[in-house]
Design a protein around this ligand. Structure first.
Ligand code: HEC
Ligand code: HEC
Ligand code: HEC
Ligand code: HEC
Ligand code: HEC
Length: 477
């Protein structure tokens, strides 16, 4: 090769060429370095200012596709919440159905009550025994609420709090006062509230239009957290002023993924947290105000329905303790070009283990999945045992009633049934199948099973003395 044959030659004869070559290399190198610097600078700018402001956003614009003009990457993933993919215990699955005038949906997710008949016994006499399905992506929240069979009994406008983008409607109804608008909508019949709403949860419900900072827009969460913090000795707590950024990455979800009830004639959406976030805190709160969701058709007792306490159960788990937020798992960062962007396709993290779990756990995908499914499998097993016990107590109560046993004699068994039912439902209604706090989920199911069996003992023995476990303390929140 010519190069190697000249390489050993003296500098004199090859002087000019050698010099020119070196200069050329230096020029190319410095141009390359400069280009790299410019590129890095540009990417940095890009990363800092990910969006070009195409439109001015404000609190009158709720359409996410308008916000998407400024933030196309977040919008691209946001619209993917239409996906329906099943995991072993969660996710969702699309079942085709024939649309009717009353219900134009062409797909729905699976029916939980058809899958497990025991649920119908648990909720006998209540709308949930007529229609209750697996939840699915955010894109469907408004239509699934509008067309659920549970609308047959007539629902209040309060339902809309967690199933729609409500900010612009509330500001309008409250003449610029969000909380006032919330109060006005709560007191409407659902179908009237529905006319003020046209989309599922949107950018405006979690983000400040000007700064894009996270914000809580739901008065029930603001009030619930203030009551919870007051119970822990913190007066005048305001989530939007006092929460850290990492806390906000869970609080925006806690606006809706929580246990709730409608308080008083004004149907105010209220979260039962004044004495904590545990199942006991919720139960004691309802006892304190003498609240029941309905009278059980088989037992004749006043009972409670638990609903999706994801925020509460998560708060009792190891991940919350380690400061891991809902967004860390359900909205992990994704790379778009040189940027790290929050994935707005909120879904089961088990469909996205690489980003959702392996960012923290240096463990192979199959192993991390196996760990999660192991927790879920064991929770599901204990849930079934507790549910069997609650159903047996329900049947025995019905038989005792049919045999003419007095209300007085049934009172203790009904009380134990009320508690056992709420506890098993608390884990059943929580959508992670125990994953958000495995030990806590098992504790609650264990206690449910115990109360159900004690209820059966109380039916057999008029002198039975119940053993209600003291509220756990220590690490509980
Ligand atoms: C450490 C990760 C992690 C954190 C933190 C976390 N989750 Fe989850 N979540 C999971 C896993 C895993 C599942 C089970 C998914 C499945 O079974 O497919 C799940 C399930 C769910 C589901 C049901 C999803 C489905 O597809 O069935 C909802 C809703 C949910 N979580 C909401 C929340 C909320 C709200 C928070 C915060 C308060 C939260 N999660 C915090 C990992 C997490
Ligand atoms: C505090 C917030 C909140 C309120 C208030 C609320 N929901 Fe929901 N709803 C949710 C969440 C979160 C899910 C998804 C998790 C689940 O299905 O457990 C959901 C799921 C649903 C679903 C789909 C699954 C199913 O149950 O078939 C329907 C239908 C529904 N809600 C109807 C209603 C109706 C009717 C009301 C009023 C009585 C209501 N919701 C009030 C938060 C709420
Ligand atoms: C359910 C709540 C929720 C909704 C709805 C939502 N976001 Fe976000 N968004 C988040 C969270 C959580 C983060 C992470 C913020 C953080 O870490 O400080 C985020 C971050 C962002 C960021 C900051 C950059 C980034 O990627 O981290 C932008 C921009 C953004 N979202 C745009 C949007 C747009 C546009 C929409 C509507 C199409 C939207 N968001 C809807 C919760 C939401
Ligand atoms: C405005 C209320 C609201 C907010 C805020 C909200 N969710 Fe939801 N979420 C719902 C409802 C309602 C559903 C069920 C929709 C349906 O079944 O039609 C749901 C469904 C889900 C699902 C099931 C998705 C699937 O594919 O099965 C997950 C996971 C979830 N939410 C997590 C979150 C996380 C994480 C946050 C915060 C970043 C959050 N949600 C914020 C109301 C809300
Ligand atoms: C932001 C970091 C982070 C993310 C994301 C995360 N984890 Fe973790 N995980 C932790 C920490 C921290 C612990 C506590 C263990 C410790 O401190 O050693 C933990 C503990 C666990 C444990 C043991 C639980 C126990 O009860 O001891 C399991 C199982 C687990 N994670 C699974 C998952 C799965 C599955 C995902 C994804 C859905 C996930 N983690 C996402 C940080 C994370």
């Amino acid at each position: 090769m010519t190069d190697s044959s000249t390489a050993g030659g003296g500098p004199r004869s090859h002087g000019p060429r050698w010099f020119l070559g070196l200069t050329a290399v230096a020029v190319v190198a410095s141009v390359a370095v400069l280009a790299l610097l410019v590129n890095i600078f540009e990417r940095r700018q890009e990363a800092r200012e990910p969006a070009t402001r195409v439109v001015e956003l404000n609190d009158t614009i709720d359409d996410p596709s308008v916000w998407g003009l400024n933030y196309p990457d977040q919008f691209d993933s946001f619209v993917r919440t239409v996906d329906q993919v099943r995991t072993r215990y969660g996710g969702s699955e699309a079942f085709p159905r024939t649309p009717t005038d009353a219900d134009p949906r062409t797909f729905v997710s699976r029916s939980k009550i058809e899958e497990d008949e025991r649920l119908k016994t648990m909720w006998a006499g209540y709308g949930f025994s007529k229609d209750f399905r697996e939840e699915r992506g955010h894109a469907y929240m408004l239509e699934d609420q509008t067309f659920t069979g549970r609308q047959a009994s007539g629902q209040p406008g309060t339902c809309a709090n967690c199933h729609a983008s409500t900010v612009t409607a509330w500001l309008e109804l409250g003449d610029g006062d969000l909380t006032r608008g919330f109060e006005v909508m709560n007191q409407m019949p659902y179908m009237e509230a529905r006319t003020h709403l046209d989309q599922a949860v949107a950018c405006i419900d979690c983000h400040d239009a000007e700064t894009m900072e996270l914000r809580v827009t739901r008065p029930a969460f603001i009030e619930g957290m203030a009551a919870y913090m007051a119970g822990r000795g913190v007066a005048d707590y305001d989530v939007n002023r006092d929460a850290t950024r990492q806390e906000m990455r869970s609080y925006v979800c806690g606006q809706c993924h929580v246990e709730y009830h409608f308080r008083g004639a004004e149907k105010r959406l209220t979260y039962p947290w004044e004495s904590g976030l545990t199942v006991e805190a919720a139960y004691d709160y309802y006892e304190g105000i003498g609240f029941s969701d309905w009278t059980h058709a088989e037992t004749g007792g006043g009972v409670l329905k638990a609903q999706h306490p994801e925020f509460e159960l998560w708060s009792q788990g190891i991940h919350a303790r380690a400061d891991v937020s809902c967004a860390d798992c359900h909205m992990p960062y994704q790379r778009v070009g040189a940027r790290k962007v929050t994935n707005h396709h909120v879904q089961s993290p088990l469909l996205n283990v690489a980003a959702a779990c392996q960012s923290c756990h240096n463990v192979a995908e199959a192993e991390i999945l196996a760990r999660a499914e192991n927790v879920q499998g064991l929770t599901y097993r204990l849930r079934n045992q507790a549910m069997d016990a609650v159903v047996e107590l329900t049947e025995e109560l019905r038989e005792a009633r049919e045999a003419g046993v007095s209300d007085e004699r049934l009172a203790l068994a009904r009380e134990l049934h009320r508690r056992a039912l709420f506890y098993v439902d608390y884990v059943e209604a929580e959508n992670s199948t125990g994953f958000h706090a495995p030990q806590e989920a098992a504790r609650i199911l264990g206690e449910s099973l115990d109360y159900a069996r004690q209820g059966q003992l109380a039916l057999r023995d008029a002198d039975y003395r119940p053993k209600i476990a003291a509220r756990p303390d220590g690490a509980q929140r």
